[in-house]
Design a protein around this ligand. Structure first.
Ligand code: ZN
Ligand code: ZN
Length: 317
């Protein structure tokens, strides 16, 4: 998987003050609270983002007198996730100790003025951070706003709409973003394809993509699904089929079309093919593509993740 996560040392964080900055969470986290900066913010080239996160930490430590940057994670407009207090240490952003103990705090570098609309990449990054908290935190499924339970304008109108829509990933390629999407709560016995028939113009693959549901596309009763807005133009690129799709035994024309794109990108490790059966040559070729995008280590293991897959733009069959 290829979330772009920058550790504290990666962005040059200062050491936090102890003992307050080292306080662990006292109970299970219910989920994540979404924040924005609430100040003026101008977008900037990505090489300026680590410095901005450092300035945010300095403001919190030197201006506010806190023990560290307040947030658990910070997400820049380019979709990179910066580790703040991270998964182990209680955040200081949600309003009071009880609120801080109940949810992680993820902040978008987004302003109350200046840049106020999150780019698609940032929403993907926010979703990456939320799923990281859920999976590794661990944390429950709640996605709420700073303003839920505390008197504040945070996270502003754009992210409020996004959270109310279920915090969906942007529907790639369209200009409509997440606007117009609705939520569907799964009932017992329902399948993705069955649900899709209730929403004309939306395919089950689009629902799987919008909710980042991997093969074999398991859903459960009570699960809240974002139903993407119906789009007038058909999707022209293959939606991400989930990391577990890419394993020995998979035999699909998607693999062939993926391989052709990897060849076009100069990432070929094929001696024959590419063909429909997932192979070591596919994995090595895909790893070359991940490295071409700048991923390293486990993020360049040759197993496709959503970010690298969406950038590859595999044509649909
Ligand atoms: Zn906030
Ligand atoms: Zn950035």
């Amino acid at each position: 998987m290829d979330m772009d996560l920058v550790s504290r040392s990666g962005w040059g964080a200062r050491a936090f003050r102890t003992p307050a900055g080292a306080t662990p969470y006292g109970r299970a986290r219910l989920g994540v609270k979404v924040h924005y900066l609430g100040t003026a913010y101008s977008d900037r080239p990505h090489d300026g983002c680590p410095g901005y996160v450092r300035s945010l930490q300095a403001q919190h430590m030197d201006g506010n007198g806190w023990s560290d940057i307040a947030y658990s994670f910070v997400v820049c407009t380019h979709g990179t996730v910066y580790e703040g207090r991270g998964l182990e240490r209680r955040n200081a952003a949600n309003g009071n100790t009880s609120l801080n103990d109940a949810h992680y705090a993820v902040c978008a570098l987004l302003g109350a003025s200046g840049l106020t609309e999150p780019p698609d990449a940032q929403l993907h990054g926010m979703r990456d951070a939320i799923e990281h908290c859920r999976g590794e935190g661990p944390a429950g499924d709640e996605i709420a706003r700073h303003a839920d339970g505390f008197a504040t304008a945070c996270p502003g109108p754009a992210l409020t709409s996004w959270v109310r829509a279920g915090a969906p990933r942007p529907s790639g390629g369209g200009s409509g973003g997440s606007g117009g999407s609705t939520t569907h709560t799964v009932r017992a016995g329902e399948t993705l394809s069955g649900i899709a028939t209730a929403y004309p113009g939306v395919t089950w693959q689009q629902i799987a993509q919008a909710n980042r549901i991997p093969a074999p596309y398991t859903i459960h009763p009570g699960q809240r699904l974002t139903i993407p807005a119906q789009r007038s133009a058909p999707v022209s690129h293959e939606p991400f089929p989930g990391a577990s799709f890419f394993r020995v035994g998979t035999d699909s024309p998607i693999i062939t079309r993926m391989g052709r794109r990897l060849v076009e990108e100069g990432c070929s490790h094929y001696r024959v093919g590419p063909g429909p059966r997932w192979s070591e040559a596919d994995r090595r070729s895909y790893a070359a593509w991940q490295r071409k995008l700048g991923f390293t280590g486990a993020d360049a293991d040759g197993i496709p993740g959503r970010t690298s897959w969406d950038r590859l733009r595999v044509p649909r069959g």
